[in-house]
Design a protein around this ligand. Structure first.
Ligand SMILES: Nc1ncnc2c1ncn2[C@@H]1O[C@H](COP(=O)(O)OP(=O)(O)OP(=O)(O)O)[C@@H](O)[C@H]1O
Length: 195
């Protein structure tokens, strides 16, 4: 899998696909938010022989840019994202991702677990030393950024799929992540919300 496309903030679709930067051009790690080198990932089967899902996968993504990972169904996009998010351990290769990093699942029901919108976005801030007022302010700002600030007190189960996905993104934004990994943003969000 080697289809990576940088996205410009305004146009909706990339006009062409380009390969990731060759690793030989990497000079300083500080320039990159993500680097994966020769990553392999395989899973064991019932028969015992492992099945390879990613083979010698290398990508370098500069900081401060929005990139889209493109490829056919089942080619390993979600698997690579989960490795970059630290949710799966590669069976080979090296991975560097700037911290803090956040991952938004393809299905927000796997992620949005608290009873209300406010509680869910605040969940990741629980480990910080913020006052209740500071947490509330960060939650409001993050929800405002995804157009959901009017939904602070809404029970999660009353939200649509796209609204849940926006709440999941707000949770990632509230944590001020340096790298935001979004799996299938197109599943529930319309084009305007994707922007
Ligand atoms: N735990 C697992 N056990 C067996 N096979 C797996 C496992 N996880 C992923 N796969 C297989 O690995 C391949 C890559 O899956 P992945 O979900 O990463 O693909 P994808 O490119 O994100 O697909 P899509 O575009 O359909 O979402 C698929 O063939 C999938 O069936």
């Amino acid at each position: 899998m080697n289809l990576l496309a940088p996205l410009r903030p305004s146009p909706a679709r990339p006009s062409s696909l380009i390969r990731s930067n060759p690793l030989s051009r990497v000079s300083a790690r500080d320039d990159f938010a993500i680097e994966a080198r020769h990553v392999n990932f395989s899973v064991p089967t019932r028969q015992g022989a492992p099945v390879s899902i990613l083979k010698d996968c290398s990508v370098s993504i500069p900081a401060g840019q929005l990139w889209m990972l493109l490829g056919p169904n089942g080619c390993g996009k979600s698997t690579l994202l989960k490795i970059l998010a630290g949710l799966l351990a590669p069976t080979g290769g090296k991975v560097y991702v700037r911290r803090p990093r956040s991952f938004v699942f393809q299905n927000p029901d796997h992620q949005v677990v608290m009873p209300t919108v406010e509680a869910d976005v605040a969940f990741g801030l629980g480990k910080s030393n913020l006052t209740q007022e500071e947490v509330r302010s960060k939650v409001f700002q993050a929800l405002d950024a995804v157009g959901m600030s009017d939904y602070m007190q809404r029970p999660i189960q009353t939200l649509s799929g796209g609204q849940k996905q926006r709440v999941a993104i707000a949770g990632a934004l509230a944590e001020a992540c340096k790298v935001l990994l979004l799996d299938e943003l197109t599943t529930f969000l319309d084009e305007t919300d994707q922007q």
